[in-house]
Each structure stands twice: as C-alpha cells, then as structure tokens.
Design a protein around this ligand. Structure first.
Ligand code: F6R
Length: 614
C-alpha cells in the first residue's frame, strides 16, 4: 500500500506529481505529501488525510518552476496518520528526502543506533530511518550510500530518493513492493510510480523494476542496475494498452458504479479470443504448462485474499465438477502457515487483481519453492505475481480504481470458468457436447449482465429505502452461490460500514439463526438450480422467525412473491454461471446503501486497494 510518484523532466513537477498521486490514491489516503527542488533547495508540503487536503494547502507551489520531485499518498503502518508521519521524510540536514512504500522490519534497532549517533527523528515512521541511514552512509556518492543502506535493511520497500547534492537525479529502488518506471515520449522526462495508472497521462512506455534493483532517473535517461552487484541491467520497455480515460469516472458519480457498469465489457474482454464460439474449445497457451504437465496434476490449490478468495471458492465448484481435479481453497495469509503437501503434481493458482498482494505473493513463492507449478490469474500487466508465476492468465478488466473490487471479481470468475473448461478439455474429462454448452453459456453471460444492469440499479435504489439504516445484514446462498453470499456481505460492510455476514443457507440453523428477528434483513440467493428446494426451506425458516427477507431469484418464479414483497428477478442462465449474474444485485445493493448513507464509496475508511504488507 502507499503510492509513490517521482518525476524529472521539462514539465513543472508539482502538477505531474499531483496528477500521478490522484491516480494512486486508491493505495492509501491517510496522508499525502510532495517535495520538489528549486534553486538548490528542497520544499516539502505534507498533510494529514486525502490528497484534496494537500491540494488545498499547496496553492502557489503548483506553479513552482521546479522540474524534479517526489510525492506520496500513505496507508499508515508505523505511526498514526498525522502530518508529522506523512512522507516525504528528511534526513537531519533537510537536504535529502525519501518516499517509501513497504515496511522496514528492523527499523527499531536501526533507529536506536542512529539516534545514538546523534540523528534527530521527527516522526514515528519506519521510513524516516531510511533517510537518516542514507545520510549516515553518504560520503559524496548517493548511489553507494543507498546501496549500503538498503543492504542493512530488512523488509520490503519501493523508494524514491532526492538529494540536493545531485539536483538532476532521482533514485528509485525496490524490494518486494511494486515500482514501475515511465519513459517519457519525445524527451518528456522520466517517471517512477507504484502503479501504472499514475503514468498513463504522461506515457505508456514503462519498465518494471524487479526486486533488488535500483534506477537512476534524469530528465533524459532511465537506467536500471542491480542493488547487489551495482551492474547495469538491460530492461525491456513494455507498452501499456490501457489509456488515461479508462482511469476516469466518465460521468458516473463514483468509480465503483462505473466499474459495475463496465462488467459486461470486462467479461467479453477476458473471454474473447480464448474460446471458440462454436465448439466452446478453449485455448490458454499463456498458462505455461504443457499437456503432459496438465495431465499430471493431482491437486490444485487456489490461493487469494478477500474478494479474490471468493472467486476461488466459486472456482472450486467448477473445477471439481468439470475438470475432475480435487481443489483446496486457501486464504493466502493462512496458506503458508500450515503444512503444505506440495510437489510437482500440485498446481497452485493465485488469484489477484493487483498481482502485488503480499500474502498471495508469499504463497506462490512458497509453492514454487516446494516444487509445485504456479499459475496466476491477474489483472495488472507486468505485476510481480505475473513475473514470478510459471504462467499467467490475464483478466482484462482494465484499471480498477474503486477500492472495492467489482469488475475485477467478475472478470476473475470469467477467467476461472475459462480455465475450468481448458483443464476439462485438455484432460479429456469434458465432452465436446458439454464444452459447447458451457462455452456458449459463458460467452452469452456478458449480454445478460448488460441487459439487467440499468433496471437493477433503479430497482436497488428504491428497495434500499427500507434497509439503508440497518445495523446488521445477513446474506445466504447455497452451493456455487454460497461464495456470492460472502461477497455480498463483504461489499456491504466494506463500503457502508454496516455489519454484514455471509452464510451457507443450510448452516444458519447451526447457530446464526439465533440472530434473526424482525429487525434483521436477510438477502437470500434463490435461483432455480439443483439446490433450489433446499434454499427455499432455509428461507421459510427465516420467514418463520420474522426475518426481513430480500429474495433474488429466477424470472417467473411466482412462489418467491408469496414469501416477501422484496423480490428481485434475474433471467435464467446456465446454473453454473449464476455466481456471475447474482453478484450484480449484491454489488448494486452495497453501492446504493453506501451512497445513501453518504459514505466515501470509492475510498472506504481504513482500506487500500493494493495490500502490499503482510
Ligand atoms: C474487496 C477487495 C479486497 C481484495 C483483496 C485482494 O472489495 O477488493 O478484498 O480482493 O485485497 O486483492 P488482490 O485481488 O489485488 O490480490
């Protein structure tokens, strides 16, 4: 988490940095800061809270004729979200500044040593240690001082450093936290940022720094070196296909709503070109596994966090049913703390929008170390997971800015269904007829989502009149839709701050049913599928205890109307694809409730989109 931006070039630096930070604010918004060099002196502005607070105080600095600087938006780890703890952090002289994303694990002992040597600290952050450590090691050669300092540091970092002694140069370095460099077109300078969207208004040509690499950035050059050997590393320039407009609101009130409406396109982009629309045969060469390796797989681990973990839970149903491979689903932060029976016959698949989530990344690293094959399903091109996995199946959702994952989730489901078909076909467990049926159903689902979206949005904004001020909410589902109950509850709690839980409908009577009374809203997913009658029985149990039911079910199912007035009907689709369809009303419910409550929908409190700390 935290977003960093740096620029050296002919443009005025402050607007470039603010523009970049605006696009990184999803990474954290506890405080923001900017520093620039002008007439040999560093000027720093920092502020608690969002970037808008910083913009309000920065005023004339926006016009400063400076062409080199750094910026930061923070998600607090060490030290409260105050102005003092906001980055950039300076050394004692004030001539050297550092911005940082990550955690310096041995900061405490380093800080004590540096204090004993007379360094004066002004914040509670781990980052400030870096500024003083570099100062301590600086004897005229900034690169040497940074390399020596980073060698003494344990933990994760993406840093930007600016020193008055080298007024034309920024130094960037990374270990376990993302950092991407931008190569300006037509001599428009050099950039660094935590993520691609910050660079899109300026350049599409990027270089991904790898762990233990550093870069020396000047207006006309962007060179990369090994932190270990100091030797130059030849890097490829990647041209990004996203454009800046994709990271704008395009007239929607919130990014989240825009991204919900982009879901049909996200599905189509993820699916098209990978599946034959007639036969349903899937081609996924990017998975990076030969047929004999695919056929040898005995077990699959799906590893992910949060919403991506919910996608994994859905995929377990699909893969076991259609590819016949046993699947275990793990929350990434738990995965590596148990005994993992992994060998070359075990495939570990990470699912991640960002490709940078620290726990998920650690999970795939461990799986690889244990000799297993690793594939990642990921949205961000060039992210760390995609570079470390044996193969990557990209979701093509485009940049997701709202902190709550929506279109990334839907495109993960689409990619996982594709992967299921691919595994089933390659292992000859899926018949041609079934492939055709499922493939066509997958291709068709984008249009169904497109059709239901406008009406559902209107219906939801009316329906929540009676629910938006509730204290608690339950979501229930069964079978392949149980994970969607979990996802609905997560969406609601994270953006509206209403306490919400998702349950397997059949599990209610083993405890949670005690919560139900006439105040308790319960949203139940009741499509007419194989477990329909079972869920209806569970719904009756809730009704008998006066729970306030909202039912989401299949068009034409008149029975639902006899249970409650609050019914939302969705078209009938292939029952295994219901998770994609039934997610949409759950997202729109969360959105409508949060917007009605006046919550900060795109940047909920305490959260950050990319969780790069463990
Ligand atoms: C919730 C949400 C998070 C992420 C989780 C994993 O709406 O967005 O739960 O799903 O932090 O992030 P990625 O997918 O980037 O690994």
């Amino acid at each position: 988490m935290c977003g960093i931006v740096g620029y050296a070039g002919p443009r005025r630096v402050v607007p470039v940095i603010l523009e970049g930070l605006r696009r990184l604010e999803y990474r954290g918004y506890d405080s923001a800061g900017v520093v620039y060099l002008q007439d040999g002196k560093l000027t720093k502005h920092r502020c608690q809270g969002k970037l808008s607070n910083l913009e309000a105080i920065i005023d004339e600095a926006i016009l400063a004729p400076s062409h080199i600087g750094l910026g930061h938006t923070r998600w607090a780890t060490h030290g409260a979200p105050t102005t003092e703890n906001a980055h950039p952090h300076s050394d004692c002289s004030g001539d050297l500044v550092v911005v940082h994303n990550g955690i310096i694990e041995n900061y405490h002992s380093l800080r004590e040593e540096l204090k004993a040597r007379g360094h004066r600290f002004t914040s509670e952050t781990d980052t400030e240690v870096l500024a003083h450590l570099i100062e301590e090691n600086l004897q005229g050669d900034l690169v040497a001082a940074i390399r020596k300092s980073l060698d003494m540091v344990e933990g994760s970092y993406a840093i930007g450093v600016l020193w008055t002694g080298m007024p034309d140069t920024l130094i960037a370095a990374r270990n376990q936290s993302p950092l991407v460099l931008g190569v300006g077109e037509n001599q428009q300078g050099s950039f660094m940022a935590s993520d691609i969207p910050a660079l899109l208004p300026f350049t599409k040509d990027v270089i991904f720094l790898d762990d233990r690499e550093f870069a020396v950035l000047t207006a006309g050059d962007c060179s990369v070196y090994s932190l270990v050997s100091g030797e130059k590393v030849e890097k490829n320039i990647t041209t990004i296909v996203w454009n800046a407009a994709m990271a704008e609101k395009a007239g929607y009130k919130h990014f989240m709503l825009k991204e919900i409406f982009e879901q049909p396109q996200a599905i189509t982009n993820t699916v098209s070109g990978r599946i034959d629309p007639e036969s349903g045969q899937v081609d996924l060469p990017e998975i990076g596994l030969a047929d004999h390796e695919l056929n040898a797989i005995e077990r699959i681990f799906l590893v992910a966090c949060g919403t991506s973990w919910h996608a994994a839970l859905v995929a377990k149903y699909w893969i076991e049913k259609y590819a016949g491979i046993p699947v275990e689903v793990d929350i990434a932060s738990e995965f590596r703390y148990r005994t993992l029976l992994i060998n070359e016959k075990v495939l570990t698949i990470s699912i991640s929008q960002s490709g940078e989530t620290a726990d998920t990344l650690a999970g795939i690293r461990l799986a690889k170390k244990l000799g297993g094959k690793v594939v990642t399903i990921c949205n961000v091109v060039g992210s760390t997971m995609t570079r470390e996995a044996h193969g990557t199946v990209y979701t093509h959702a485009g940049p997701e800015i709202g902190v709550a994952s929506t279109k990334a989730f839907i495109s993960q489901l689409a990619a996982l269904f594709l992967l299921t078909l691919y595994l089933g076909q390659r292992r000859h467990v899926l018949s041609n007829e079934k492939s055709r049926e499922l493939g066509r159903a997958l291709i068709g689902i984008a249009e169904v989502v497109q059709d239901i979206l406008p009406g559902l949005e209107t219906r939801m904004s009316q329906l929540i009149d009676g629910f938006f001020s509730c204290r608690d909410f339950l979501f229930v589902g069964r079978g392949v839709n149980f994970p969607i109950a979990l996802e609905g509850a997560l969406k609601l709690k994270e953006i509206s701050y209403i306490h919400a839980e998702g349950y397997a409908a059949g599990e209610l009577k083993h405890g949670p049913i005690a919560l139900i009374d006439k105040e308790m809203p319960v949203l139940a997913l009741v499509p007419q599928d194989a477990v329909y009658q079972k869920v209806i029985s569970n719904v009756e149990e809730i009704k008998a205890r006066q729970g306030r039911l909202i039912l989401i079910g299949t068009e034409g199912d008149g029975h639902l109307k006899t249970i409650t007035d609050d019914v939302i009907y969705l078209p009938a689709v292939h029952e295994d694809l219901n998770p994609i369809l039934y997610t949409i009303p759950a997202q729109l419910l969360a959105y409508a409730v949060a917007a009605r409550r006046g919550c900060d929908v795109d940047q909920p409190r305490n959260l950050a989109k990319s969780v790069t700390v463990e």
